[in-house]
Design a protein around this ligand. Structure first.
Ligand code: SF4
Length: 295
């Protein structure tokens, strides 16, 4: 039976860093609860999330013709950060909160100097929309979180824009991940167009400034991205099945740096000594296999 796999860039990134951490966070079945979910994310990641939340709120208001003053922007950023941190399972001192707010303010101010946001502020485009990336599209029983943050009509083309509050160094799969926004557009009436006519933009904070990458998809590149996405979800399904059979045999982190900031570290054999835990796991796997072969 197919598991209810959910694909997003964040989930994929954790999956490739550590399948066990991904399984514990996203792959395990959990009882539903109405309580506000506790956040396992690092305070730094919650700061990035607060920036994103503030950006989408500000864009929504801008669309309705309401411009934010500097004071309002700072207050909104602060309140969003406090709200995010209040759900954290980590202890966060006042000093850390202040430092996070300082980083957020500085990055956020620079973000509004980027060309696309300046064009919106100057009302250069008449047709544009803000979307919430937490709204998935359905792909069978699977959910894909692939929506752009902004969609702008410029000279008869749809420009799909995604903001990454922190971007990792340029990778070959950046283009495939950007292409995923086209799956979203093709699933939304009104934005449906031939693949070649879209323009894709990712605006991300990288090494001290906001960098904008632009991609032009083709039907071939879209097909390839779809295959890669299918491949990711199949691999995730296999890990879910493996985790249900035996949690102890789930692959551990590729790099011990991932363990340093992992919430599950205290309860994980890899948390103390990753290399040793991998050796122990290999022995365990060997004995599990020989047990199976003997019976
Ligand atoms: S402590 Fe390391 S190996 Fe264990 S779940 Fe976390 S990242 Fe993975």
């Amino acid at each position: 039976m197919e598991s209810k796999i959910e694909w997003s860039r964040t989930r994929k990134s954790l999956f490739f860093k550590c399948p066990r951490a991904w399984y514990l966070r996203y792959g395990m079945r959990r009882k539903s609860s109405n309580r506000k979910a506790a956040s396992f994310q690092r305070p730094w990641d919650l700061m990035l999330r607060a920036m994103k939340e503030t950006l989408l709120d500000q864009l929504e208001d801008l669309k309705e013709g309401k411009e934010w003053s500097i004071l309002l922007t700072e207050n909104q950023l602060k309140s969003s950060l406090e709200n995010q941190l209040s759900a954290s399972v980590h202890h966060i001192s006042e000093h850390t909160k202040e430092a996070l707010l300082k980083f957020a303010r500085s990055r956020y101010r620079l973000l509004w100097r980027t060309r696309i946001l300046q064009q919106l502020l100057k009302r250069r485009h008449a047709q544009w929309y803000v979307f919430d990336r937490s709204e998935p599209i359905l792909h069978g029983v699977r959910k894909l979180y692939v929506s752009p943050d902004l969609v702008i009509r410029i000279q008869n083309r749809w420009h799909l824009v995604r903001f990454d509050m922190q971007k990792s160094p340029t990778k070959a799969h950046d283009e495939h991940e950007a292409n995923a926004m086209v799956f979203w557009a093709l699933n939304h009436e009104g934005f449906n167009a031939p693949s070649e006519t879209y323009r894709l933009h990712t605006i991300g904070w990288r090494q001290g400034f906001w960098k904008c990458d632009t991609f032009q998809p083709t039907s071939q590149s879209i097909r390839l991205s779809q295959q890669l996405l299918e491949h990711d979800m199949k691999a995730m399904e296999e890990i879910v099945q493996c985790g249900r059979r035996n949690l102890a045999l789930l692959p551990l982190a590729k790099n011990k740096r991932t363990c340093n900031s992992c919430f599950f570290r205290k309860f994980c054999p890899g948390g103390e000594n990753l290399e040793f835990a991998k050796k122990e796991q290999a022995l365990l796997e060997l004995s599990a296999n020989s047990f199976k072969a003997g019976y």
